[in-house]
Design a protein around this ligand. Structure first.
Ligand code: CP
Length: 306
């Protein structure tokens, strides 16, 4: 395995399948009465989150504890970052305490790559700016494969704020590597220039993207990253791009509906769809723990701790 997990762009098909297969074994641990194994005993993992997170931070911490690692959450809002310390200095000071791994989320694209260059600790990207969110794409792929038995040949429609989404980038890289037929749809102002070069179809018609889809993946409108008006109003956005029961009817009868969270109900997705029979949104969250256990285990060398 590589030293770090920085993005799906660094992973081969075989490495992706290795992580997905290892996730199957890790999930079994979570179904036991005592959900703990000694695999990472004696290893120290630091969770360094510069941006808010519910699912990713919590599931990494649960995964680390299930593998018996010593875990530490750095509360950035209570750290010397507020006194002006740079990311590099913070990282080097944490590194001086010799953790084995650092899980980091940061608002700047490339921040995890910077850490990986200066730290001996293994770096796991928990989302960097608008760049990548590799463990989200891996848990999404695991959830799709669980429901459909495969990824190759599936029609996957990804709808929403394509421009600001690291989840989109990681999913496009992963799904195209594994042979899915990926369709993207969103407002013209939110379609990244040249995205077709990644081997995806692009349409401003949600109905075209969703037609006969096996999987619909909705993306959050990321108002905190927007500078300027990308569409007239949230109400109009929902009318044109929101996922409604009527739109889902264009997909295959066994379609699954996904969303990485957090959701804006009534903006990108109707509550009837988010909570409806095709939704696998909470399964994605559950699978996030097992995927992160697999990543931690494989980066530690795939061996039991001392
Ligand atoms: N999907 C995701 O990254 O959610 P959080 O921001 O809550 O971690």
């Amino acid at each position: 395995m590589k030293k770090d997990l920085l993005g799906i762009s660094d992973l081969s098909r075989d490495e992706i399948y290795l992580i997905l297969d290892t996730t199957e074994a890790m999930r079994e641990i979570g179904q036991r009465p005592i959900k703990k194994v000694p695999t990472l005993r004696g290893k120290t993992v630091v969770n360094l989150f510069y941006e808010p997170s519910t699912r990713t931070r919590t599931s990494f911490e649960i995964a680390e504890k299930r593998l018996s690692a010593d875990t530490l959450n750095v509360a950035v809002s209570a750290s010397s970052v507020l006194k002006g310390e740079t990311l590099l200095d913070t990282a080097l000071n944490i590194e001086a305490m010799t953790p084995d791994m650092i899980v980091m989320r940061h608002a700047s694209s490339g921040a995890c790559h910077l850490l990986a260059q200066v730290c001996k600790s293994r770096i796991i990207n928990a989302g960097d700016g608008m760049h990548e969110h590799p463990t989200q794409a891996l848990l999404d792929a695991f959830t799709i494969r669980e429901h459909k038995g495969r990824i190759e040949g599936l029609k996957v429609a990804i709808v929403g704020d394509l421009l600001h989404s690291r989840v989109l980038r990681s999913n496009v890289l992963l799904l195209t590597k594994l042979g899915a037929d990926v369709w993207l749809s969103g407002p013209p102002t939110m379609i990244p220039v040249g995205i077709e070069r990644l081997g995806v179809h692009v349409s401003t018609s949600v109905d075209e993207a969703v037609a006969d889809a096996d999987v619909i993946m909705m993306l959050r409108i990321q108002q905190e990253r927007m500078q300027g008006a990308f569409f007239p109003s949230l109400r109009e956005y929902f009318q044109v791009f929101g996922m409604t029961v009527a739109r889902v009817a264009h997909a295959r009868p066994d379609v699954i509906i996904m969303h990485p969270g957090p959701m804006n109900r009534g903006v990108e997705i109707a509550s009837e769809v988010a909570d409806g029979p095709y939704s696998v949104i909470l399964e994605q969250v559950a699978n996030g723990v097992a995927v992160r256990m697999a990543v931690l285990y494989l980066l530690a060398g795939g061996q039991e701790g001392d």
